[in-house]
Design a protein around this ligand. Structure first.
Ligand code: GLY
Ligand code: MN
Ligand code: MN
Length: 435
């Protein structure tokens, strides 16, 4: 992402905010794992989206129309000793020169400077409840300002949730965001493909996980967008299974839900395939049904269609198929109305995808599902889950969990499946696994 793009985003937000307002955004905190060990630092998505600044201990203030500068970045001061241990710090000069701030102050001066900026504004755009320390500062700054009201100091009158505006911006991906997401999806798709060729009975779930991480890392995506799920057999029926510790058995399916993060953009792909490379008949029947549901859902992805059109299509296809296979009994339309499919398919068909795997953006506007528009990216991920011991279900279906998940961009005339490189038809999968 170029500095020009970050600047364009700040401009767009400031245009929506209008004069006499201030937006305040904190950087994410560093998190201790244990002892002297920290988790790898991940910037806050909102903060990074507007600043491109990946250091902790920073606060950005946007004040549209302010003469002395509209974009102020509070950040760490340069410190040669600290930098010897932990690497470069941009400092105030770097904030201006490299990151396009109009002005920059040491983060340690926040308490002195920010309240004076607040006094000049009518409206404060701020996401309350996300950063407890800054929340506390904020409320003490406001009460400080209020206590000076009699001496003529002005108190801001309106507090507005920043997330709403910002998250609507983040929902529509720019050309360079789409390029990053396409790359992230391609890398994860290649890793999924590698797992298909490596898998064989007897290896451990974590060995497939290790190959996935290796393939992503060596292609430059060194973080995962979420913890990978590698579940063989019945483990695939546990939706958030992340132990990944069991042996993969001959005759079972394995479900892998894994996606990398590249330049802070996520991919989120699920593939399910037979551990030994060949689907049994019941596995193939259920797999083809999930695939048909996924394809029916993807068919609904075009501008103007409602967000839930794909879910409706998936549910209709799954329900009809479940009746045909004898897993549900009754009239498909009635079973859909009564949500009987939920016994086997209990989650949504997808979600927005972007800097966060479950990305931001409203799904409904004024109580109605929003329309799909070019630039939106979402997942389509129907599944069927039939745990061992399911009552009233023939033995041959039990211990099977299947999900097929792709990452999809809405385009002007339809959609583009960003994760299309990961094979998903029965023929393709069996072909790769036989090679
Ligand atoms: N991997 C998280 C999800 O599929 O939503
Ligand atoms: Mn997903
Ligand atoms: Mn997923």
């Amino acid at each position: 992402m170029t500095q020009t793009e970050f600047k364009r985003r700040r401009r767009q937000l400031m245009r929506m905010m209008g004069k006499d307002s201030i937006a305040i955004l904190p950087a994410a905190a560093t998190r201790v794992r244990n002892g002297d060990v920290h988790y790898p630092y991940r910037p806050d998505s909102d903060f990074y989206y507007l600043t491109g600044f990946a250091e902790p201990e920073a606060v950005a203030a946007l004040i549209p129309g302010r003469k002395q500068g509209e974009y102020i970045l509070f950040c760490r001061e340069k410190d040669a000793d600290k930098e010897r241990w932990d690497g470069a710090i941009a400092g105030q000069e770097g904030a201006v020169e490299k990151y396009g701030a109009d002005d920059s102050f040491p983060i340690t001066d926040l308490n002195d400077i920010l309240p004076r900026m607040l006094e000049q504004c009518e409206r404060v755009y701020y996401a309350m409840g996300c950063d407890p320390d800054l929340d506390q500062n904020m409320s003490s700054w406001i009460s400080q300002i209020r206590s000076k009201a009699r001496s003529g100091v002005h108190t801001p009158q309106e507090f507005i949730a920043l997330d709403h505006y910002l998250h609507d911006m983040r929902l529509y991906k720019s050309r360079s965001e789409i390029a990053a997401m396409r790359k992230a999806a391609k890398i994860a798709a290649a890793a999924h493909k590698r797992l298909m060729s490596e898998c064989r009975p007897g290896i451990k779930e974590y060995q497939l996980e290790a190959s996935f991480l290796h393939e992503c890392s060596r292609r430059g995506a060194r973080q995962q967008a979420y913890s990978p799920i590698v579940g063989g057999g019945n483990n695939a029926t546990v939706l958030h299974y992340v132990d990944n510790s069991d042996k993969l058995e001959n005759g079972d399916l394995v479900l892998i839900d894994a996606g990398c993060e590249l330049d802070y953009y996520a991919s989120d792909i699920t593939r399910t395939f037979p551990v030994n490379g060949k689907f049994t008949q019941p596995q193939a029947q259920l797999y083809q049904l999930v695939l048909n549901a996924q394809l029916a859902a993807i068919k609904q992805l075009k501008p103007g269609n409602a967000y839930n059109a794909p879910h409706k299509a998936a549910v209709r296809t799954l329900t009809r198929g479940l009746v045909k296979l004898g897993l549900l009994k009754g009239q498909p339309a009635k079973l859909v109305r009564e949500e009987k499919y939920k016994k086997f398919f209990m989650h949504g068909t997808g979600h927005w995808l972007g800097m966060d795997v479950h990305d931001v953006g409203d799904y409904k506007i004024d109580g109605h599902w929003r329309q799909l528009e070019p630039g939106m990216v979402l997942t389509i991920e129907p599944g069927l889950y039939i745990p061992m011991g399911s009552k009233g279900v023939a033995k041959k279906w039990q211990g099977i969990g299947i999900r097929i998940e792709d990452d999809i961009l809405i385009t002007r005339d339809g959609c583009e499946v960003l994760s299309a490189d990961a094979p998903k038809t029965i023929t393709e999968i069996e072909h790769i696994m036989a090679a």
